[in-house]
Write a protein that binds this ligand. Structure first.
Ligand SMILES: Cc1ncc(C[n+]2csc(CCOP(=O)(O)OP(=O)(O)O)c2C)c(N)n1
Ligand SMILES: [Mg+2]
Length: 511
């Protein structure tokens, strides 16, 4: 959100171990993070000191840089002046990632001569790198000759603030684009060239695909058939050289800052009068597919039966969503279906389970977004859309939300389980003769749980809703209240699911 590292301070041993998950998540998402951990005293190492653990070593797998300063005097070198450590520089230069600095307990109370400390200058902003001119020329030529082109906008483009240049590319050359989950909003979701509603079709039949800060990992089905044409030409734009050529042999690689490289591409394409014909067969196919997919979602959304389904819920949420709000989301069906209905109009306004598909991040991300909003534009709201299982991973952060009085709106989409659950009757019938531990599948959670009471326990507003009208009313009230957090516990059909998909989505196993 800020191009600066988030900073996290943890206690030794178990404190550090609990931070490994978050650190791994930041690193996998290529987000800058600085973790500072206390650790046991150096002269008790290997003796079984209090909370002793090989922390620097443990962090190595999850970071770009993991070190312990050799002395207190060395801290500024590792920490390059309090705010801008060497670790800070490493976290933001090149591909961003996590860094760890270990501070042993005996440093904490040690007396030092202030004169012996050499303070460091703040590190400079990351240098901006650009792609080779010949590669840019080649990329422009491949794009101009494409019959069925597609731009894919990843979260790397959002991080690089490439929105202005990418929007120009889309609009000037009339190109279809597809955002990845956190690439949403770099160009607004409601832009006429957004083909998100025809995602599978666009991927499957494109002959040239330009990747802006999007990796060909599981989210993009590795760039391989049957999800893509076997001879599709990839043009990869990435800040990280090691990423280029992953899983496929790209037609052109453009190594550099995504904003700078997309500007280079614009300038190169500008040299010849050209646009992709808006009345092409490709555009027609994509528009038709979008129309039929949108109609299928709308039909599900308009179903009047109770309990509600996912589409009905998200349709009503979307109706009231402020255009500039931050959308945070985690869950399985909740996140995947929500992403297709809830629109992003601004870059860096969506935070979700990300490349790692980590549960447990939603409330922390919502708190971070609310702090950013408070700082930059008071009144801007944070809507956090949680599956009931996802909510359970860090639900107690509701206390933090209430403690700091952050007017976050939490929606818990409650289907009594992970992907699907049991309704109350099935639960009762199933566990009539045997203990639930023996008969209830582990993906089922306790039916009709009143998660909203976790919010009221700490002084926020709680709503339990079962109908579209109750949902609309509670959302209106929550949005009108700018002083308090709310949690709306939305009961849905426990067996509700996604509309039929052309392909297995993401992972073959539902878990
Ligand atoms: C830390 C972690 N543990 C477990 C998982 C496996 N997992 C994926 S999604 C999910 C929860 C999905 O259920 P819910 O949030 O209720 O959403 P629903 O699909 O029911 O709408 C879990 C546990 C994970 N991704 N991350
Ligand atoms: Mg659920």
């Amino acid at each position: 959100m800020s191009k600066r590292p988030g900073v996290c301070l943890v206690v030794s041993g178990p404190g550090l171990i609990h931070a490994l998950g978050g650190m791994a998540n930041a690193n996998v998402n290529c987000w800058p993070l600085l973790l500072i951990g206390g650790s046991s005293e150096r002269n008790q190492e290997t003796m079984g000191a209090f909370q002793e653990f090989p922390q620097v070593e443990a962090c190595r797998l999850y970071t770009k840089f993991s070190a312990r300063p050799s002395s207190i005097e060395a801290i500024p070198f590792v920490i390059e002046k309090v705010r801008y450590l060497r670790a800070v520089r490493t976290s933001i230069y090149g591909r961003p990632g996590a860094c760890y600095v270990d501070i042993p307990a005996d440093f904490v109370n040690l007396q030092v001569n202030v004169n012996s400390i050499k303070y460091m200058e703040c590190c400079m902003s990351p240098p901006v790198s650009m792609a080779e001119t010949s590669a840019v020329r080649m990329a422009a030529s491949v794009i101009r000759n494409a019959k069925q082109p597609l731009l894919i906008i990843g979260k790397g483009a959002a991080y690089a603030h490439a929105e202005e240049n990418i929007k120009k590319l889309v609009e000037q050359y009339k190109l279809p684009f597809l955002p990845t989950p956190m690439g949403k909003g770099v160009v607004p979701d409601n832009h006429p060239n957004c083909v998100g509603a025809a995602r599978s079709r666009a991927l499957q039949f494109a002959d040239v695909i330009v990747l802006f800060g999007a990796r060909l990992n599981w989210i993009l089905h590795f760039g391989l058939p049957p999800r893509y044409q076997p001879d599709v030409k990839f043009i990869q734009v990435d800040i990280c050289a090691e990423e280029l050529g992953n899983n496929v042999k790209p037609a052109v690689t453009l190594l550099g800052d995504i904003s700078a490289v997309s500007k280079q591409l614009l300038e190169e394409l500008d040299k010849t009068a050209w646009e992709y014909p808006p009345e092409s067969k490709w555009w027609k196919t994509l528009r038709e597919k979008m129309k039929s997919n949108e109609a299928a979602s709308k039909e599900l959304a308009s179903k009047k039966s109770l309990p509600m389904n996912y589409y009905t819920v998200f349709y009503h949420v979307q109706e009231q969503l402020p255009r500039d709000c931050f959308v945070v989301s985690e869950g399985a069906n909740t996140m995947d279906i929500g992403r297709t209905v809830l629109q992003n109009y601004l870059p860096r306004h969506r935070l979700d389970a990300g490349t790692f598909r980590t549960m447990g991040v939603g409330l922390g991300f919502a708190i971070a977004a609310a702090m950013v909003a408070k700082d930059r534009s008071p009144g801007q709201r944070v809507i956090c859309v949680e599956g009931d299982s996802a909510f359970g991973f860090s639900g107690m952060e509701v206390e933090t939300i209430c403690r700091y009085n952050l007017p976050i709106i939490l929606l818990v989409v409650n289907n009594n389980g992970i992907y699907q659950g049991f309704d109350m009757n099935t639960w009762k019938e199933t566990s009539k003769f045997r203990d639930p531990t023996a008969v209830v599948p582990p993906m089922c959670l306790l039916p009709n749980s009143h998660y909203e009471q976790i919010m009221t326990a700490f002084g926020g507003k709680g709503y339990f809703v079962e109908t579209p009208e109750e949902l609309q009313k509670s959302l209106r009230q929550s949005l009108a209240d700018t002083t308090k957090p709310s949690l709306i516990n939305i009961m849905i059909e426990p067996q509700a699911t996604r509309k039929a998909q052309d392909f297995h989505w993401l992972t073959r196993s539902n878990m």
